[in-house]
Write a protein that binds this ligand. Sequence first.
Ligand SMILES: [Zn+2]
Length: 260
Amino acid sequence: MATITLLGTAPGYPAPYRNHSSFLLETGTHKILVDAGESCSRTLIELGIEPVELDTIIITHGHSDHTGGLAMLIQSCWIVGRERPLPIFLPKELIQPLTVWLNASYIGPDFIPFELQFHAWEDSDRVNICGIGVRVAPTTHLDALVKKFGNGRFHPFSLSFDSPGFEFVASGDIGTPEDLLPQLENGTELLICELAHFPPTSLFRFLQKFKISRLVLTHGSAEVLANVDSVVAEARTMLPKTEIIFAEDKMKVQLAPRKR
Ligand SMILES: [Zn+2]
């Protein structure tokens, strides 16, 4: 059975006892890392998984709470002699600066023996990753930067994963709950949703329109983390048919075999 392990559940500012955004999807045949907040490499090893075992890395957007552990992941693969290519799906704007950063750390394409295969989300709104259909939808999380600095950059994405065995939606970072509309049209068995950039009540009200069996709340703001019990209680009141789970680091979530 496919499993998600939450490696990091902190918001954008460091929080005690929580690593930054990252989760591991294990399908039984593949290991896929979604976001690479620090210290995902160490957490994987604490869970008995070597970073070199990863088949693919997915990055939803460029903020350092989602990318800060990437260089160490690649260094970890290099140290143990990875040879097979490492696909990395990410916003196009990150490819060039990440390459410079990795080369500056002596683990970029100029130095390592395995290929970093960068794939830009912008190239297709549906991609096949390790046999899983991934639907890619832009979010408004970075709109303030677009307004301030102009467009052409600042592209964050939400993702939905669809395979014969399971399906789920991962919000990435969003600007408003309405960003999730394209991913939730048909409902979902599991939504992993951030809770740092809008009032929790607005998310729960928005989700009332959809059939969502389970909701994993992660990436809670400092205010949310200070009030977990009341946030969860409100979610359970407003979404009585949805199982509500508040994420902790290293929490495992089994993906239910799909019915539809
Ligand atoms: Zn974030």
